[in-house]
Design a protein around this ligand. Structure first.
Ligand SMILES: [Ca+2]
Length: 557
């Protein structure tokens, strides 16, 4: 079902402009948020846009498996209330066409940290486990290192899921490019310091968990050490209250409970902001990367949030996540830092079927909004994500942008904001969206965006056209890769988003010239090792654009 507020968008127009409007579906009270600067001040800002008075603090909040349609202000028909996210969007800008570079966790995180498409790495499909070694290549510049090099204090608090080098027991191994098998979970010496985690890629401070909250080990890590040794084996229900479906059984700190993770990360993030406030005011800004582990499985809202949504515990967990973000924003206000702090809230992929789509749909809530599919898929439900930005000093309140962007774009944007120049060997797939934030973008900032699904299927989106180089979902929804139903379908899918945002009608046979043009562009991006201007670079491994019909891993998160 198309939504009235957004039915007007068209993708084929040559220049997709920011729309300087209060989105009509904001609650009336929020739509009247006053612009913080009078017109004259805005004009002066425009004249001196490049020379910002001070570098802003940056808080990048990455939710885990939060669907586009789970945020109330993005989905007016949604049934989950998200007052803090709605308020954040109303005080800044929200985007309607932003995509995670992958439809699953680890690869998207690589793209955010490096500004490079995940499929250029050795991880060509699936995700890492909690014991996997580092994925970010030694020597590669990350956004954290870039900001640190430019005067920022940097911290990562939350779910890493990009691999770190644990000390393995004598003669033992762990899986390098997928989730460790059950017989490997005790192959690590958890008492030894961990190498090449977040501290090795530019973060001054790290606190969090190694990977997804349904992956071992179940213990917090501070910088390069576990805070408590995982001396017992535990598992947890994937969905609170259900006997069926458990997280992977494995090493856990005796007092580790999954429902404590969101409150703990929130407290740590608040403490970090508090601890940096004086320095931030004295001219040393901070960058806080806050990858929350929610509302991913285990779906575990705390007692006070259980039943709040009236839908199910997934919806309760979304509400608790919204509240946690609200608590952090309140601390920014308390410390008088909100004005020149850029806050971004997004998600690493679409909503997971673990949320129980049938139960939510029966109550009128679609976590994927009007988009097809969900997490793991090549369809937009797999990777079109909420993207909310607030930066009172520079971003006009109550605005929306229809720019087609990718989460890889953060690094070039951060460089732009920090006044740093990126070398040719970094951020090869990153385009600064600062002009969108400042309202100065006159056309689409990106030439195209490449999408990637859990089984390594590719798609490319340009304007109104989306070409998928697979005959199936590339993930978990129908038609599933490798099934007879999928095998009978044409080898590629082409959708016209001007007419078919829900990806229902494959028009590849009617527009062979579009199929050829977009295939060629994708081939060029692969061959050049980059999709931005600059010296061509090497991919880590040969990249296969068309995958054989390999079934997507059923259990990967
Ligand atoms: Ca995820």
């Amino acid at each position: 079902m198309r939504n009235s507020a957004l039915t007007e968008r068209r993708y084929s127009q040559p220049a997709i402009r920011n729309l300087w409007v209060a989105p009509p579906h904001f609650p009336a009270k929020l739509s009247r948020v006053k612009t913080l600067f009078p017109a004259l001040a805005l004009a002066l800002f425009a004249a001196t846009a490049v020379a910002a008075p001070a570098k802003p603090n940056i808080i990048y909040i990455l939710c885990d498996d939060l669907g586009y349609g789970d945020v109330k202000c993005l989905n007016p028909q949604g049934k989950i209330t998200t007052p803090h996210l709605d308020k954040l969007a109303a005080s800044g800008m929200y985007f309607t066409d932003v995509h995670s570079s992958s439809s699953v966790c680890s690869p998207t995180r690589y793209g955010i940290m490096t500004g490079r498409y995940n499929w250029r790495t050795k991880l060509q499909s699936g995700v890492l486990g909690g014991l996997s070694p580092r994925l970010i290549e030694p020597g590669r510049l990350t956004v954290a290192q870039l900001l640190k090099n430019n005067g920022y204090h940097t911290a990562a608090i939350g779910k890493w899921h990009l691999g770190m080098d644990w000390v393995k027991k004598e003669g033992k191994t762990v899986a390098e490019l997928n989730i460790e098998s059950a017989d490997q979970i005790h192959n690590v010496d958890y008492a030894q310091p961990i190498k090449n985690g977040p501290n090795a890629v530019g973060f001054d401070y790290y606190y969090g968990i190694s990977a997804s909250l349904d992956m071992v080990p179940y213990t917090f890590i501070e910088n390069d050490r576990v805070t408590k040794l995982p001396t017992v084996d535990k598992d947890f229900p994937l969905f609170l209250g259900r006997a069926q479906g458990k997280c992977r059984l494995g090493p856990a700190a005796p007092d580790f409970e999954v429902e404590d993770v969101l409150p703990t990360l929130t407290t740590k993030a608040i403490g970090y902001v508090k601890s940096r406030a004086a320095d931030a005011k004295a001219g040393k800004p901070f960058f806080l990367y806050l990858p929350l582990a929610s509302p991913h499985t285990p779906i575990a809202p705390t007692k006070e949030w259980q039943g709040k949504s009236g839908l199910n515990h997934y919806a309760d967990f979304v509400m608790q996540t919204d509240h946690a973000i609200g608590q952090l924003l309140a601390e920014l206000d308390k410390q008088a830092l909100a004005e020149n702090t850029l806050v971004i809230v997004t998600s690493d992929n679409g909503c997971s079927p673990q949320a129980d789509f049938p139960a939510l749909l029966a109550k009128g809530h679609n976590p994927s909004y009007e988009f097809r599919g969900h997490k793991a898929d090549i369809f937009d439900g797999g990777h079109r994500v909420p993207f909310l930005v607030r930066w009172p000093a520079r971003v006009k309140a109550g605005t929306l942008s229809q720019q087609l962007l990718c989460l890889t774009d953060f690094m070039a944007t951060a460089a732009d904001i920090a006044g740093a120049k990126l070398p040719d060997t970094a951020a090869e797939d990153s385009v600064s969206f600062l002009p969108a934030l400042l309202g100065t973008a006159k056309a689409s900032l990106r030439e195209a965006v490449v999408h990637h699904s859990i089984n390594g299927s590719f798609a490319i989106r340009q304007g109104n056209w989306k070409l998928e180089l697979c005959r199936d979902s590339g993930g978990w929804s129908d038609p599933r890769p490798g099934t007879p139903k999928a095998t009978a379908l044409p080898p590629v899918q082409l959708f016209d988003f001007d007419k078919d945002i829900g990806e229902q009608t494959n028009v590849q046979d009617k527009h062979p010239e579009v199929v050829a043009r977009l295939t060629k562009l994708l081939e060029k991006y692969v061959a050049d090792g980059r999709s931005t201007p600059g010296t061509p670079q090497q991919n880590a491994v040969p990249v296969q654009l068309v995958k054989t019909a390999k079934a997507a891993p059923a259990k990967a998160k």
